[in-house]
Design a protein around this ligand. Structure first.
Ligand code: DQA
Length: 136
C-alpha cells in the first residue's frame, strides 16, 4: 500500500514550538517512526508552509491514501478543501492535539466534510492510526 503523509504550515517546527502540545520530537523523527511502523508499505512524506504547494501535492498524488495534517490551514483553507474534492484518493484529516479541547478557532475545520475521517488528539500516533485505517 502506498501512503502519503502531508504536513502543512508550521509542522516543520514540531519539537521546537509548543512542546507541551506537540511533543519534543522533530517531524523527521516522527516520520522515521511512522516509516518503521509501516515497514511493509511505501510511505512518502511531504511538508510545506505554502498552501498552493499542498494543493499541488494533493492534485498530483499517486497513492492509495493521504494522511493530512494541514496545521492552521485546516481552519480556513478553502483551496485545500477544493484540492481534496478534486481527487478520488481518500484523505484523512489528522491533528496531533485534540483541537476540540483548545481555542474556539480550532474547533472549526473547513476540510473535515470532504475527508474520509478525522483523527485528533493522539500525538504522533494520530498519523499511525490514520494510516492503519486504510487497511481495515
Ligand atoms: C494541529 C492543530 C492546529 O490547530 C494547529 O494550527 C497546528 C497543528 C495539530 O496537529 O494538532 O499547527 O493541526
Amino acid at each position: 500500500m502506498k501512503l502519503l503523509f502531508i504536513n502543512g504550515v508550521n509542522l516543520n517546527m514540531t519539537g521546537i514550538r509548543e512542546r507541551g502540545v506537540y511533543g519534543t520530537q522533530s517531524l523527521d523523527q516522527i516520520n522515521a517512526e511512522i516509516k518503521a511502523h509501516f515497514k511493509g508499505d511505501e510511505c512518502e512524506f511531504f511538508q510545506s508552509n505554502i498552501e498552493g504547494e499542498i494543493c499541488t501535492k494533493i492534485q498530483t498524488a499517486d497513492c492509495d491514501g493521504i494522511i493530512l495534517n494541514a496545521g492552521a490551514f485546516t481552519h480556513y483553507s478553502y483551496a485545500i478543501r477544493d484540492a481534496i474534492s478534486s481527487v478520488k484518493i481518500p484523505v484523512i484529516e489528522v491533528h496531533m492535539s485534540n483541537v476540540h479541547a483548545r481555542e474556539e478557532f480550532r474547533h472549526q475545520s473547513v476540510i473535515s466534510a470532504v475527508c474520509k475521517g478525522v483523527i485528533a488528539g493522539f500525538g504522533k500516533n494520530s498519523y499511525i492510526l490514520a494510516g492503519e485505517s486504510f487497511k481495515l
